[in-house]
Design a protein around this ligand. Structure first.
Ligand code: GLA
Length: 663
């Protein structure tokens, strides 16, 4: 019997068993008996089984429940069913322990893309609503709790007494509905294409290093007309080195030639006071390697950045985050003996831990590839991971970082709270950053200054004034990857401060293989669907966000590279105007993001943060254009035609359709 026959007979047998045998009595499974590792919610806790989100007994309007799941909006749990689940039963409401009298949520149950049940707005103190939803024939189920009302604080919600009655296979919880990872972006053509920023800032006389990001078959011959005399171009590697030219704008015509064709593009080198004239791009180790980072990993990241083609589309910084220094023996995180030791030598110089035998050699290795190196510390005595910080050694450390050859500094508030005590005044918040900003400006090296203080005191309003180039607008995105739309929307509220040399930073791109930020775990495939991974990149580019990939560089697959490396998408991020897109709200689930680009064209994102596909109409009036527009799909790098008045698309769950409109 061949395999096909066997498969056929099996199908027939199963089918006849289903029709002939009397239906099995439905069994009950409690929601709490299923794997709740797939429950996503805002906040850092573990799912609460038989307890409220705050760890107390489940209680809705004074009524106590023995069983159920305590969660926090926005909360989603996806399940796969076999079509023979009969019903879902529960009592739902806001938990009495929610520490906000205004707490309000809305429960929704979606089956196969259709709303099956809605609670409407439920407030704290309101009696539980009974859920009794038939599920026959349903294969994909979503249990969702959304925010409602004005405030999102303490939106603690209970799925009390929640259970399924099923006839066939037990419901299975999953991360999200299955999706195929489709590669949308065509491979780069064989002929050269020059990518990367069109404008580049440096400070007169400082060391200069720039690798011309270029796709196309190598060998490529590079030339640069109008290159200032203080700079030298290596014609084979396309790396420009030397000393930054005298103050002023130097327009250089870059050319790249291979056996298939030629490309040229102007690069404006602006020698003056401002660095990072376009959002910095690179890699940061944090979300992949946490406290496991080593010199070898940093070198490997640099190798991969070049070999994978990332450097050919503009990624340039190879940045080390926390944990390169020594920790005291009582460090918060598991003490790796090679990371424990004295903080400083007799002269007060900070000592890297044993995983970093020679910082100078490491940065030299990175620079030899035409890339740049970044480092991390805290103004406090200890970093967030509990390692040596820069407190009372700020200038000495900054000088040493520059001597070691670092081109980027992330300065992370962490234990500085202890120094600032309870002083949350603007002066106190600015103090350590201004101090470091002033030090960096005087260094004989261009060091991009990244403020990491989670948005305190509206850092976007004063980041530039104290010498910063980019600043985190909020706490760590970490494991809360279900928040990318919310984060992009929040970040857009500060769009007026986004400009060349001043970037709002919503944290790193976490796609491909990343470690769980809750446990600082080893890298695993990220939990996001392929659509969500595209959305991540689309939203960040529309936001003019710094583009730092933070997954495992040794495990970059074709899909991840396709999301990270589309030059037309990156061009939206790197546009010289430096605008963050403005948001046009359409429905609670959908909105447009509209970004003006230097050439007069517009980048437009049709965004659906909702749980089911949505039809989105982008009207010319909302975008600020008129007449016939050529609409280009940037992910597919394909013109979709000329449209008048509007463009309509079906946008999948958590999707962004990213377009460029030209007259
Ligand atoms: C903070 C920062 C993160 C990372 C860690 C390192 O949480 O916000 O980006 O640098 O510290 O400990």
């Amino acid at each position: 019997m061949n395999t096909d026959t066997r498969r056929f007979l099996k199908t027939v047998l199963v089918a006849s068993a289903l029709t002939i045998l009397p239906a099995r009595a439905a069994e009950t499974v409690w929601l709490t008996e299923l794997d709740l590792g797939h429950l996503h919610f805002e906040g850092w806790r573990k799912p609460q089984v038989d307890k409220s989100f705050s760890g107390k007994p489940l209680s809705i309007a004074g009524r106590k429940f023995e069983r159920g799941v305590g969660t926090r909006a926005l909360s989603t749990l996806w399940l796969e069913l076999d079509g023979r689940t009969e019903k879902f039963l529960a009592s739902v409401g806001v938990d009495d322990a929610a520490g906000n009298a205004e707490a309000a949520v809305a429960f929704t149950i979606i089956g196969d893309g259709k709303k099956l049940w809605e609670s409407g707005v439920m407030k704290r103190g309101q009696s539980a609503k009974a859920v009794d939803v038939g599920l026959k024939g349903v294969r994909s189920l979503l249990l969702m709790v959304d925010h409602a009302g004005e405030s999102n604080n303490y939106d603690h919600a209970d799925w009390a007494d929640a259970r399924f009655m099923f006839g066939g296979v037990k419901p299975l919880t999953v991360n999200a509905p299955r999706e195929e990872a489709v590669i949308l972006t065509p491979k780069p053509p064989r002929e050269p294409r020059i990518n990367g920023p069109k404008v580049y800032g440096c400070r007169p006389g400082n060391p200069f290093i720039y690798r011309i990001p270029t796709t196309g078959e190598r060998p490529i011959q590079f030339t640069a007309d109008g290159l200032p005399a203080s700079l030298h171009l290596d014609k084979i590697s396309g790396i420009i080195t030397g000393a930054a030219p005298e103050r002023g704008t130097h327009t250089v015509m870059l050319r790249a030639k291979n056996r298939h064709g030629t490309a040229s593009r102007a690069l404006k080198i602006v020698s003056g006071d401002t660095l990072a004239l376009t959002p910095p791009m690179g890699w940061n180790h944090w979300y992949a390697h946490y406290n496991r980072v080593t010199d070898t990993m940093m070198r490997e990241a640099a190798d991969v950045m070049v070999k994978s083609g990332m450097a050919d589309v503009g990624y340039a910084y190879v940045n080390i985050d926390d944990c390169w220094m020594n920790a005291p023996g009582d460090a918060k995180r598991p003490p790796d003996p090679l990371r424990v030791g004295p903080f400083r030598d007799a002269a007060g110089n900070i000592i890297p831990n044993k995983h970093f035998p020679d910082m100078r050699l490491m940065t030299a290795y990175i620079h030899a590839k035409g890339l740049k190196a970044g480092i991390y510390t805290s103004p406090g005595p200890l970093t967030c991971g509990g390692y040596a910080g820069a407190y009372e050694h700020e200038e000495q450390d900054a000088r040493l970082f520059a001597e070691w050859g670092f081109d980027f500094l992330k300065y992370d508030w962490c234990s500085y709270s202890k120094i600032a005590k309870d002083d949350k005044s603007l002066g106190a918040l600015k103090k350590p950053y201004k101090q470091m900003g002033d030090i960096l400006k005087k260094l004989p090296r261009d060091v991009v200054f990244n403020l990491c203080q989670y948005g305190m005191g509206n850092v976007w309003e004063w980041g530039t004034e104290i010498g910063g180039h980019c600043w985190r607008t909020a706490g760590d995105l970490g494991a809360e990857l279900n928040r990318i739309f919310a984060v992009a929307l929040k970040n857009a509220e500060y769009r007026q401060w986004s400009k060349p040399g001043a970037w709002n930073d919503p944290d790193y791109i976490q796609i491909g293989w990343i470690g769980d930020a809750r446990t600082n775990g080893e890298p695993k495939p990220c939990p996001m669907t392929p659509t969500e991974q595209y959305s991540f990149m689309s939203l960040w580019c529309l936001s003019a966000a710094p583009l730092f990939y933070s997954g495992d560089m040794s495990r970059l697959d074709e899909f991840t590279l396709n999301v990270l490396c589309n030059p037309e998408v990156i061009e939206v991020d790197q546009d010289p105007l430096g605008e963050c897109a403005r948001v046009v709200p359409l429905t609670p689930e959908t909105f447009l993001m509209v970004k003006n680009l230097e050439d007069g064209s517009k980048a437009v994102g049709l965004c659906n943060r909702g749980e089911i596909a949505a039809s989105i109409v982008a009207k010319w009036g909302d975008i600020g254009v008129s007449g016939k527009q050529t609409v280009r799909d940037l992910w597919r790098q394909r013109d979709l035609g000329k449209f008048d008045g509007q463009f309509k698309a079906t946008v999948p769950r958590h999707g962004v359709v990213l377009l460029r409109l030209r007259r």
